[in-house]
Design a protein around this ligand. Structure first.
Ligand SMILES: N[C@@H](CCC(=O)N[C@@H](CS)C(=O)NCC(=O)O)C(=O)O
Length: 236
């Protein structure tokens, strides 16, 4: 049997230049976006190699020739010769290329296909950047700006309210089955649990969201990647 081989250039320590040693030992240094891609690769059983890159190397050549935006994740796929950055685009590429049976995606053109895209776009534009700014203003900004912290922590609450509400009567976001969009939200909630548990009590404030997250986090693919992440950040 011919096995798909993908060589994935990902991850990280993207915050290593901003964080103090103390921050390093307690906080997850690896940003969530590369781990999201790794979870989808695991769900699809696509073999991959994961590479780590220091923050300083992301902002110069040769990495900037691969991603002029100087961020991770990036994938290089030797099966197709395609190199891509932006986690949403990468996930769509992986599904189009390696999920022909639609095990974690939906038939192109169907209602569910477009709804799943809607949630993916919400994740990459509505969850990632806002949760990321909450982390930035709480931990890395050069001065304390309480109004900025409030603004972005409240955005975590707002996005969580949206998810909690739509999950009121369903197990998964789209089509009554587990799909890639359920996984896409998991890594940033890991950051919420690590950094904001004193401000936001997911279990009590957003019980439906919390049980959905627990369910998706228990999947073998998610568990495996979360364990790899703990090893990578020295917290295994
Ligand atoms: N919109 C991008 C965001 C990528 C991003 O910000 N990645 C973080 C790690 S999760 C990073 O590279 N940070 C480095 C930096 O802030 O320069 C995506 O979804 O791929």
């Amino acid at each position: 049997m011919w096995v798909w081989r993908i060589s994935t250039l990902v991850v990280l320590n993207p915050f290593s230049n901003h964080a103090s040693q103390a921050d390093h030992s307690v906080g997850p240094p690896g940003g969530p976006n590369p781990w999201k891609v790794a979870m989808i690769l695991e769900e699809l059983y696509v073999p991959y190699n994961q590479k780590f890159i220091e923050f300083s190397d992301m902002k110069r050549e040769p990495f900037e020739s691969i991603n002029p935006n100087g961020r991770v994740p990036v994938i290089e796929d030797p099966n197709t010769g395609i190199t891509l950055w932006e986690s949403g685009a990468i996930i769509e590429y992986l599904l189009d290329t390696y999920d022909n049976q639609h095990t974690i995606s939906f038939t192109p053109g169907s209602k569910e296909f477009f709804e799943a895209k809607q949630w993916l776009h919400f994740q990459v534009s509505g969850q990632g950047p806002y949760f990321g700014q909450a982390v930035w203003f709480t931990r890395y900004h050069s001065e304390q700006v309480p109004s900025a912290v409030d603004r972005y922590v409240n955005e975590i609450r707002r996005v969580s309210r949206v998810l909690n509400h739509v999950l009121e009567n369903k197990e998964y976001l789209v089509g009554g089955k587990f799909s890639y969009v359920d996984t896409a939200f998991v890594p940033w909630y890991g950051i919420v649990q690590a950094f904001f548990s004193e401000k936001i009590d997911l279990e009590n404030e957003f019980p439906r969201l919390n049980s959905w997250l627990s369910h998706v986090k228990a999947r073998p693919a998610t568990t495996k990647v979360n364990e790899a992440r703990l090893v990578a950040i020295g917290q295994a």
